[in-house]
Design a protein around this ligand. Structure first.
Ligand code: ZN
Length: 153
C-alpha cells in the first residue's frame, strides 16, 4: 500500500472495497453455505462484544466477506434482520487515514453514525456513514489498527 504523508490535499478518500458485510441469523449456517459455494473455509470468527455481533470472514481475491450474527437482542444486526431480513448489510471501504476521511465525509455533507473511530472486527478501527446520506447503503470506513499505530507520530 502506498503511504501518503501529505494531509488535506488528497482527494480520493476510499482506497478500495475492503469487505462486504452480510447480516445472517445463523453464522454456522452461513459458514456452511458459503464454504460450499466458494470452495474455501472462513479463516476466522470473532466476537465484537461492544457491537453485539459474532463475525466470520472469508477471503475472496482482494475482497473479504464478513458475516454478522447478533449476540443479543439489542444488537444493530438483530434490529436490521427484524426490519429487512437477512442479506447485505454494509460495504466497507479501506482508508489510509480514518480521522481525516471522517472529517472529509463530514465536510462533504455525509451523515456519520459515529464521528469518532471505534474498534471493529478484524483488527480495524471503523466508522459508519448513515445510509440516508449514502443512497440507502450503509457504508463503513475502516483502517487497520497496525497502520494507525505505525503512522502516528
Ligand atoms: Zn464491516
Amino acid at each position: 500500500m502506498q503511504k501518503v504523508s501529505s494531509l488535506g490535499t488528497k482527494l480520493i478518500i476510499m482506497e478500495k472495497l475492503e469487505h462486504i458485510g452480510i447480516a445472517v441469523r445463523s453464522l454456522d449456517k452461513a459458514n456452511d453455505v458459503f464454504s460450499k459455494l466458494l470452495g474455501a473455509l472462513h479463516y476466522k470468527t470473532e466476537v465484537v462484544e461492544s457491537e453485539g455481533v459474532r463475525t466470520s470472514f472469508f477471503q475472496l481475491g482482494g475482497v473479504k466477506l464478513e458475516f454478522l450474527e447478533a449476540t443479543r437482542e439489542d444488537s444493530p444486526i438483530a434490529k436490521f434482520i427484524e426490519k429487512r431480513g437477512e442479506g447485505i448489510h454494509h460495504l466497507a471501504f479501506e482508508v489510509s487515514d480514518l480521522k481525516q476521511s471522517i472529517e472529509q465525509c463530514r465536510q462533504k455533507g455525509f451523515e456519520l453514525i459515529n464521528d469518532t473511530p471505534k474498534a471493529g472486527a478484524d483488527n480495524k478501527m471503523i466508522c459508519f456513514l448513515h445510509p440516508k446520506s449514502t443512497a440507502g447503503v450503509l457504508v463503513e470506513l475502516c483502517q487497520e489498527i497496525d497502520a494507525i499505530s505505525s503512522s502516528s507520530h
